[in-house]
Write a protein that binds this ligand. Structure first.
Ligand code: S3P
Length: 171
């Protein structure tokens, strides 16, 4: 029989640095599916980087754009979707994701997330001196929401293939 996710999009949720984009792209490749990254789709639609949207238009505008983009993507054929770290917090988006997708919380401990996000300094929420405590706060605040995802998979250090395999096993 076809697996339960066959007719559904697989959406990765979780904090910045969880590996949603990297793991998502590889998972899509393994499943022969299209891969979408919501941040990238917002950038394409706006013709601006996420950082510029935040600084020129503010976070609230970014969130509105994010919601629109996710609505559009979730109307498409089943694919693999990496959501931005804040997308799942929006109740309407969460409801839509629940309806249309199998949601997977890619989880990692704070130190791992912190190490990873430092490699890419473009995240507007973390462009400040106390970025680590910002991330720590987001971790505490968002955990109860991310944990509403259908599945939880550990985003371990080392080859991303390990995490992809863990997802395929959990599905
Ligand atoms: C955000 C996460 C980012 C991006 C934006 C806000 C968040 O995506 O959408 O900077 O609120 O956690 P990644 O999780 O892909 O870094």
């Amino acid at each position: 029989p076809a697996p339960a996710y066959a007719t559904r999009t697989i959406a990765l949720v979780g904090l910045m640095g969880a590996g949603k984009s990297t793991v998502g792209r590889r998972l899509a490749h393994r499943l022969g599916r299209t891969f979408y990254d919501s941040d990238q789709e917002i950038e394409k639609a706006a013709g601006l980087s996420v950082a510029d949207i935040f600084s020129l238009h503010g976070e609230a505008d970014f969130r509105r754009g994010e919601q629109q983009v996710l609505k559009r993507l979730l109307a498409e054929e089943p694919h693999v979707l990496a959501t931005g770290g804040g997308a799942y917090l929006n109740e309407e988006t969460r409801t839509l994701l629940r309806e249309k997708a199998v949601t997977i919380w890619l989880n990692a401990d704070l130190e791992t997330l912190w190490r990873r996000v430092q490699k890419k300094s473009t995240r507007p929420l973390l462009r400040r001196d106390d970025a680590k405590s910002v991330l720590a706060n987001l971790f505490v605040e968002r955990e109860p929401i991310y944990s509403q995802a259908d599945l939880v998979v550990d985003s371990k250090d080392g080859p991303h293939g390990t995490t992809v395999n863990a997802i395929l096993k959990a599905l």
